[in-house]
Design a protein around this ligand. Structure first.
Ligand code: G3P
Ligand code: MG
Length: 246
């Protein structure tokens, strides 16, 4: 069976490592994933940093909103111990740190702008400027639940690949995505039904469902020719894909 489905590690390798840390990204690379997905916010002093939630409470030993903390304050936090004591000392990466690390690798980067709950002013341009600095413009997909951010990215640089993220059953989302200048569909797994996969394929639009963790889902989406799957378990997904290709 010829397989073209790529594996993107969700928040790195969130099933095995503390999400959105350098340790997690390295694990996804080591597992053989073609890409990683991670979430970006802006600190009080406008540094783009990688964390899922708007606050640091769940995944660090600190408290508070990212928007109210400086980059230096965030750097002092432990982002590993909550997951397992052996990861004590893992830190919240800046986007720049991740780009520097990723530049010499082959990884594709799905950068999710978490600009829905807090409308971080200027986050789109700040991210683009860093991509230019590290010459990574051709290896990224910028995505967001906030489609205004997707439109803004497209207006700032129409060549940058973008994707809309959605949880619900948008009717013929490829038409809507094209209208706003997005290039791909990142949908919650229950929405990734065969009708959507086939319609998007006919429209020439990649579908990359999340978060694809169950073996049965990984298998059916690979067989359904999803462009990529975004998974917490990249090592497992790579192994399943390999078995299917034999
Ligand atoms: O980008 C896909 C997925 O990560 C979106 O949901 O909440 O895990 O960031 P979330
Ligand atoms: Mg995400």
């Amino acid at each position: 069976m010829t397989i073209n489905t790529l594996v993107f590690g969700h928040r790195g390798s969130a099933g095995t490592h503390p999400e959105n840390t350098m340790e997690s990204f390295q694990a996804a690379l080591d597992a053989g994933a073609e890409g990683i997905e991670f979430d970006v916010h802006l600190t009080k002093d406008l540094v783009p940093v990688i964390l899922h939630d708007e606050t640091v409470d769940r995944t660090t030993n600190g408290t508070g909103w990212i928007k109210d903390l400086t980059y230096l304050e965030l750097q002092e936090l432990d982002a590993g111990s909550w997951f397992a004591p052996s990861f004590k000392g893992a830190s919240i990466p800046s986007l720049e740190e991740v780009l520097q690390w990723a530049a010499p690798t082959r990884l594709l980067l799905n950068i999710e702008l978490k600009s829905g709950v807090v409308r971080y002013q200027g986050i789109e341009k700040i991210i683009l400027d860093l991509l230019y600095k590290y010459n990574l413009k051709d290896r990224v997909i910028l995505s967001s639940f906030n489609h205004y951010s997707v439109v803004e990215i497209h207006q700032l640089d129409p060549e940058i690949e973008t994707a809309i993220i959605f949880m619900e059953g948008i009717y013929e989302p490829w038409d809507y995505a094209k209208r706003i200048g997005a290039h791909g569909l990142h949908c919650y797994i229950p929405v990734a039904v065969p009708e959507l996969l086939m319609g998007a394929r006919k429209a020439g639009m990649p579908v990359r469902p999340f978060t694809v963790n169950e073996e049965s889902h990984i298998t059916s989406l690979i067989k359904g020719e999803a462009s990529a799957i975004i998974t917490d378990w990249p090592e497992k997904a790579v192994q399943i894909r390999k078995a299917l290709s034999n």
